[in-house]
Design a protein around this ligand. Structure first.
Ligand SMILES: NC(=O)c1ccc[n+]([C@@H]2O[C@H](COP(=O)([O-])OP(=O)(O)OC[C@H]3O[C@@H](n4cnc5c(N)ncnc54)[C@H](OP(=O)(O)O)[C@@H]3O)[C@@H](O)[C@H]2O)c1
Length: 259
């Protein structure tokens, strides 16, 4: 349970593996209720195990965030499971794309990355907003990345980025997370008066399928953080979230990151 022993309802997207699955696991261990949204439930064996162990505390929801109809259907299904509202939405589903130099990014893939990492989280927020407003906490956490920080990226201009370094790569992913951060700030401004807290969170460089794809592309075998450590730290930040901090871009350790 939380510090206050309050049973809360969390929605986690992209819950089949990686950071999303770890969120579900740690939240269930704390005695919370979770709606775990996955594209293909049959291909999420880790989640099936959690479902067997935790019964009613876990609701499995089918959600392909690239499909507007699927977002609407998932929101309806979450509303049926949790008619009195949800406390925290963790907008986690995302893609990295094919690692490449920024100047060689394929345009069609660029569009897909923007759809999945920026437009889809916005649509998920919109679809779940009535339930979020009914909840006690009224919190939205979008999983972003320091790769989307224009402030941090700007430090690599004027020779700051070695040939082959990550700073020269992944323009579409960077743009999608910068735009996701803009969604965070815009909605924070819009929804503050209604008591809804909206933040972005960077989980750190984590050893998931995505994190490892990125690290291998620059010759690093394994990212520095493991999922349990990253998610435990992120949950501490979320536990302490207050409306005064709406619109903030947090690191997994709770540091305020530059946009
Ligand atoms: N790992 C890192 O170092 C790192 C760093 C910064 C930010 N992040 C962010 O953290 C989040 C989670 O990443 P991760 O590292 O856990 O990556 P991951 O292991 O590759 O997992 C990505 C998750 O997103 C889901 N997803 C992708 N496309 C989807 C779609 N169309 N509909 C529904 N779900 C979809 C995947 O579902 P399927 O199994 O169905 O494909 C999977 O559950 C992402 O937003 C990522 O950008 C990660």
């Amino acid at each position: 349970m939380t510090v206050n022993d309050e049973q809360l309802v969390y929605v986690v997207t992209g819950a089949s593996r990686g950071i999303g699955l770890e969120y579900v696991s740690q939240l269930l261990q704390r005695g919370q209720r979770v709606a775990a949204a996955v594209r293909t439930p049959e291909k999420a064996p880790g989640l099936a195990k959690l479902a067997a162990a935790h019964g009613d505390a876990l609701t499995l929801v089918t959600l392909d965030v690239s499909d507007s109809a699927s977002i609407k259907a998932a929101a309806a299904s979450i509303a049926r499971a949790h008619p009195s509202g949800i406390d925290v939405l963790i907008n986690n589903a995302g893609i990295f794309g094919t690692p490449c130099q920024s100047s060689e990014q394929d345009e069609e893939e660029f569009k897909d990355i923007l759809m999945i990492n920026t437009v889809a989280p916005f649509q998920v927020i919109k679809a779940l907003l009535p339930l979020i407003k009914k909840g006690n906490k009224k919190q939205i956490v979008s999983i972003s990345s320091t790769m989307g920080s224009i402030g941090i990226q700007a430090e690599s201009i004027h020779g700051g980025a070695e040939p082959g370094s990550m700073a020269r790569k992944a323009v579409a992913y960077r743009a999608s997370k910068a735009a996701l951060n803009a969604v965070t700030v815009s909605l924070a401004v819009d929804l503050e008066a209604e008591g809804v807290t909206v933040v972005s969170m960077c989980p750190g460089w984590v050893a998931t399928d995505m994190g490892t794809t990125a690290s291998v592309s620059v010759g690093i075998e394994r990212p520095p953080l493991d999922t349990p450590t990253s998610v435990a730290a992120q949950l501490k930040v979320i536990d302490g979230l207050k409306l005064e901090k709406t619109g903030t871009f947090f690191s997994h350790e709770g540091k305020v990151l530059p946009y």
